[in-house]
Write a protein that binds this ligand. Structure first.
Ligand code: GDP
Ligand code: MG
Length: 162
């Protein structure tokens, strides 16, 4: 049995873009509007000689009402089935109340978490990463899923936690 890494986070932070980047192909659906990933979808992946299952999440995020609780429910199911978690946040938006709610749920789960601060597209944006130390989830890894920045360091940490 290979280990399972769940990718969780608010809608639109770039979870599916990150999954595609890790897979090296466009398997997960990426959209400019929240709510595209309706189910947990899992893929076979590999990093530095370690095979694992990568689970993209985000379902039931199309409705505006109850969006926070729906996202948290979905994340919770994926987290329960995972060995370790990548929490994705949006470095351009900054920390939100939903990020903090997801962190509470992750703490309660007892699972290890690697924190990815996405949309750090260039070196000039790196300062945005440090704010997320405040989430209390350890080192924030600044990445750009879109441009492939920082993915190796993130995966080293996540795979080490399997
Ligand atoms: P998800 O809802 O968390 O799965 O987010 P998606 O992967 O569907 O991406 C949401 C939007 O964010 C899309 O318009 C992506 O192109 C954009 N996006 C994802 N990663 C990055 C990134 O590293 N930098 C920037 N600037 N945009 C990104
Ligand atoms: Mg998605």
């Amino acid at each position: 049995m290979v280990g399972v890494i769940a990718v969780v986070g608010r809608p639109n932070v770039g979870k599916s873009t990150l999954v595609n980047r890790i897979l090296g192909r466009r398997a997960a659906v990426v959209e400019d509007v929240p709510g595209v990933t309706r189910d947990r979808v899992s893929y076979d992946a590999e990093w530095a000689g370690t095979d694992f299952r990568l689970v993209d999440t985000g379902g039931w995020e199309s409705g505006v009402e109850g969006i926070d609780s729906a996202v948290a429910d979905q994340a919770e199911i994926a987290v329960g089935l995972a060995d370790t978690v990548i929490l994705v946040v949006d470095g351009q938006v900054g920390m939100t109340a939903t990020d903090e709610r997801i962190v509470s749920m992750l703490r309660a789960s007892g699972k290890t978490v690697t924190l990815a601060v996405n949309k750090i597209d260039g070196q000039s944006a790196e300062y945005l990463t440090a704010e997320f130390w405040k989430l209390g989830m350890g080192q924030p890894y600044g990445i750009s899923a879109m441009h492939g920045r920082g993915i190796g360091e993130l995966l080293d940490a996540a795979v080490a936690a399997l």
